[in-house]
Ligand binder design. Structure first.
Ligand code: URA
Length: 446
């Protein structure tokens, strides 16, 4: 098979065969295809698109480029969740202990933050001693013993995606539906999930800023999941403003702990209960087999784990299993804290019409909470607390943000960015919805 021919065929809008896709991905993973040819191929895919069959083949070829974990020997069923990335999204720290407290095991590999979006692994590392890198045997052992694992991604999981993602980043080919869908789904499939809840974010602080695009991405990922025998559901959730109030690693862990004590902001609590309910539904019922009220019951069951303390107990258990300092979970004031804390008052009275998640995320990166390039160090203590959300009224001089910083220059730059993040209105503005849509296998067949 000739690489040049595969590039030409895609350039000319032809449908690639399963063998061509498999060959290309295998050869690229082994460094047998140079980056300039892979970049040309990516651009051809970006411009010409892929059929559903090609996208499934690409997903499976990338999943098979490394190890495919099987958790069958340790878990009866493994339900995974994945967020397409956002600002203040600490859902995994809350929803996974909720699901585990309901008796459904969860074994999740998460990523680090990049750019303005945060990552679960960085948040977990705010807790002293928490080990995010596990061998496969350790991963399985913790899953078996505790019914919950929250760790980083194994290096050999879908390595083709790691290489292609870096190349996409440098060749303006990230924003392609088949490339995003296959990138996300290949990692979920390689991590051994039987069922997957996808949280597709839409809005100013998300990959997809347009609801119709987000629906298309969600539909495509659900179809990929179904085609390879994984029960998959996608929720489309708001990322115009940050989720909850805290943005920044230790601050988000603190907020997650508050939520596990059932003291969370309304949107965060509602979001976590819905995600946990969907995970329980997938774990307990085969496709189309759930009674009508099942989701509502599972959401109520999940909410109960916040009230009765069982989700908090599960979080303590998983932190201890990973070697983390549980005293910081019992007493979050022991988590890393910043030297400079400054309140930013609202410059005028009015209803909050926009609280731009992208600006808040970038301000958090300015403070050092996130990284601009892979491998950059981060400061776990710094970040932002948001005091008002879209639709709320604020009086001039009332706190709108609190900044936690360790450097005066960074603090000044973050303040300047946050000053642009809010638009005020004299007339009442509606609150933003937490969710826009839910797509299940049955609805995504078109
Ligand atoms: N997240 C991924 O893992 N891959 C993409 O292509 C986009 C978001």
């Amino acid at each position: 098979m000739r690489v040049l021919e595969i590039i030409e065929r895609k350039r000319d809008g032809k449908e690639l065969t399963t063998d061509e896709i498999e060959f290309f991905i295998r050869a690229y993973t082994r460094d047998e295809i140079p980056d300039y040819q892979a970049a040309a191929w990516l651009m051809a895919v970006y411009l010409r698109g892929m059929s559903r069959r090609e996208t499934v083949d690409l997903t499976m070829a990338m999943a098979r480029s490394g190890e495919i974990l099987s958790l069958k020997d340790v878990l009866p069923i493994s339900v995974d969740k994945h967020s397409s990335g956002g600002v203040g999204d600490k859902t995994s720290l809350i929803a996974l202990p909720m699901v585990a407290a309901c008796g459904v095991p969860v074994a999740k590999m998460s990523g680090r933050g990049l750019g303005f979006t945060g990552g679960t692994v960085d948040k977990l590392e705010s807790i002293s001693g928490y080990r995010v890198s596990l061998s496969v045997d350790e991963f399985k052992d913790i899953a078996r013993k505790h019914g919950i694992v929250l760790c980083g991604q194994s290096a050999n999981l879908a390595p083709a995606d790691g290489k292609l993602y870096a190349l996409r980043d440098a060749t303006a080919t990230v924003n392609s539906l088949p490339l995003i869908a296959s990138s996300i789904m290949s990692k979920k499939i390689a991590a051994g999930a039987d069922a997957i809840v996808l949280d597709v974010k839409v809005g100013l602080g998300a990959f997809m800023t347009d609801l119709e695009q987000a629906r298309q991405l969600a539909r495509l990922m659900v179809q990929i999941g179904q085609s390879v025998g994984k029960r998959t559901v996608a929720v489309i959730s708001d990322m115009n403003q940050p989720l909850g109030a805290a943005v920044g690693n230790a601050l988000e862990v603190r907020e997650a702990i508050e939520c596990l004590h059932d003291r969370a902001p309304r949107d965060l609590r509602e979001h976590c209960i819905a995600i946990a309910g969907q995970m329980l539904l997938l774990a307990r019922h085969s496709e189309g087999n759930a009674p009508e009220h099942a989701l509502a019951e599972y959401m109520a069951e999940s909410a109960e784990t916040l009230r009765n303390g069982s989700a908090f107990a599960k979080f303590l258990e998983v932190v201890a299993a990973h070697g983390g300092d549980v005293r910081q979970v019992d007493d979050p004031s022991l988590l890393p804290s910043a030297r400079l804390v400054e309140v930013l008052p609202a410059p005028r009275s009015g209803y909050v019409e926009q609280l731009n998640a992208l600006d808040v995320g970038l301000a958090a990166v300015e403070l050092g909470a996130g990284r601009e390039r892979k491998g950059d160090p981060i400061d776990h203590a710094v970040g932002i607390l948001v005091h008002k959300k879209v639709g709320e009224y604020v009086t001039a001089g009332e706190p709108i943000f609190t900044l936690h910083a360790n450097d005066e220059g960074r603090l000044a730059r973050a303040k300047a960015r946050l000053a642009r993040a809010v638009i005020y209105s004299d007339t009442p503005t509606p609150r933003l919805p937490t969710f826009y849509d839910v797509l299940t296998g049955a609805e995504s067949d078109s």
